[in-house]
Every structure is written in structure tokens, then in C-alpha cells.
Write a protein that binds this ligand. Sequence first.
Ligand SMILES: [Zn+2]
Length: 271
Amino acid sequence: MPELPEVETTMRALAARLRGRRILRLERRVERLRSPLPPDLERKVNGRRMVDFSRRAKYILIHLDNSDSLLLHLGMSGRLLFDGAPRGRHEHLTFFCEGGTVLRFVDPRRFGLLLLIPERDLDGHPRLAGLGVEPLSPAFDGTRLEALLAGRRCSIKTALLDQRLVVGIGNIYACEALFRAGISPRRRAGLLGPRRCARLARAIVAVLEEAIAAGGSSLRDYVGADGQAGSFQNDFRVYGREGEACRRCGGMVRRIVQGGRATFFCPACQR
Ligand SMILES: [Zn+2]
């Protein structure tokens, strides 16, 4: 599933190619993805200029010149791809854009989402209202993280996946950030203390920024909008490396299950 770096990479590619351009025509081949597509989508979107692009958590926002926004989520397997050949029955939406660019939404499992929301309703929209802090915003640091974790009895690994606290961190980047911070994934979230929280906040920012610079992580079939795979999976220090040597101490990377999800960590380096 795409996490923050993959969504950010995709959003930046869209902005670079399409900012300021019009959607000439939108074609749909399905009536619903995870939820029904808006019935009047084409009427409201065709001819509109895409004035800006942004990301909130794992949602891509396309801001239109009529004060509506398209809210897009890639779900489990969704991809936005420029041009290329049509992707058969899994290409559910096609945006024909000014300047000849074709943007295809391809989603074999159909867990993706496309909604049209008036700009003024975005902040209070049920999909966005309960979301936690953006880890790459100035508002996020060790002090903020410690406040968010206060009183939480779950493990720090499980807390990092809670999108009501901090958004966009999934299983991969939670494991990688905890390794870089030298913190055991089993520590109780509410008892980390200020020094560990500061270290962890710095590690989260560093790992996300490195992953964005690498174009995200390509596991299974994730590719960016230009069809390029990301390369951050080559830099994983613990994720998916059960039984392999820790890159820091040479000990063995272990795998445990927490909250139903696999956690990879080095028991020697992470305390
Ligand atoms: Zn180690």
C-alpha cells in the first residue's frame, strides 16, 4: 500500500506536468471504486483548470478553478500514470488534459477513492477532519510527538500507524524510523519520554525525506506517475530483512507481529 512518500512522489509528478492545465474530458469506465463516483463528476470537471495540487495524509488534492477539489486516494493498488497504452479493464478513469497529456487511474483492486468536494468543505470533510499531524510540517517535532503519545498504552510501533496521531506513516516507515532512532518497537508509546521522542521525530522526518528523494519504495507494483519505480526499498535497514544481518551491528534482524502487522527490528540496536 502506498505510504506518504509514494503519494508525495505521485502528487509532485502530477503538479509538474499538469499545474495550470485544463481537464478537457474525463472518461469513466466504472460507477464506483471504494465508494460510488459522483454522478455529476464529468459535468463539474470537464473544462476546469487544475490550479494547484497538494497532499493531505495519503490523499492527493487537485484544486480546480471553480473552487471544487478532487480528492484522490490510491487505496491498496491504485496508480496514476501518464500517457502510455490504455491499461485494459483496470483503467477506471482517464483524464484527457490540455497539452495532450493523458492521466490514467489504474486500480486492479478498486480500493481507490475519488470524490469532488467544495474547497470550503475540505477541512471539515469526514475523510480529512480526524487526521493527525503531518510529519513533514513545521508543527511536527519531538515535543508534539510526546504530547500525542501521552497516556497511550499501546506499543510505539502500533501508535505510529494510528492516522489520528501522525498521518502517512505505514508499516515500512514505522519500522525504518524506529530502527534509525534506536527505539524498540515494543516500548509503551506513552512512556517514551522527551529524549526518545525527539530522536524518533527526527528519524521519522529523515526517513520520509530520504524516501521521497528516492521516488518512494516500490514493493509489488507501485510506480510513480512517470512509470518509474521508486528505489527506497534498496535502502531498507530492517523492513523485510528477517534473519538477515543488521547493517549497524551485524546481529540478526527479527520479525514479530504487533497489532496484526509484521514488525522488523534489531533487538541489539533498538532498546
Ligand atoms: Zn543491530
